[in-house]
Design a protein around this ligand. Structure first.
Ligand SMILES: Nc1nc2c(c(=O)[nH]1)N=C([C@H](O)[C@@H](O)COP(=O)(O)OP(=O)(O)OP(=O)(O)O)CN2
Length: 123
């Protein structure tokens, strides 16, 4: 007996990319690691028939959109990168809600990492 699935989320975990991010002069000439975690809610994944990739949200398309966007652009404020990545995720049809968190490892002396997270909901 099929269940009544209530909520489906896709988690893209620890996508490790390199890009220019920072306000300091040396950060504008040397790429740094950024670690991206994305959680998105999409009802299409609740009942997509087996093999019917066209009836769900293809998480590979999300990843393959984010990778070039992050690696081919330059960012100063981390929150601007988060907002712009979140906008890219929300642009996918079927995404109802999403959270993007981006870590900048070793951004601050004595701290393992600094991250900023933002969420958005389709209204
Ligand atoms: N909503 C879903 N989307 C996708 C699913 C899925 O099960 N549900 N599955 C896939 C693929 O199976 C993916 O997991 C593996 O695909 P692939 O090996 O092509 O991904 P890579 O990024 O490793 O491939 P590249 O060689 O780097 O292009 C996709 N979406």
């Amino acid at each position: 007996m099929p269940q009544h699935y209530t909520q489906g989320t896709i988690h893209i975990k620890n996508l490790l990319l390199r890009t220019y991010v920072g306000i300091n002069p040396e950060e504008k000439v040397k790429k740094q690691d950024v670690l991206i975690n994305i959680t998105l809610r999409c009802s299409r994944i609740l009942n997509a028939p087996e093999g019917a990739i066209d009836q769900t949200l293809d998480y590979k398309k999300v990843v393959k959109t984010i990778i070039p966007f992050v690696e081919e652009n330059r960012f100063e404020l981390l929150e601007v990168m988060v907002r712009q990545v979140l906008d890219k995720v929300m642009a996918f049809e079927g995404v109802e809600w999403a959270r993007v968190e981006i870590d900048k490892p070793h951004a601050i002396r004595f701290a393992e990492s600094v991250s900023i997270a933002l969420e958005a909901e389709r209204t």
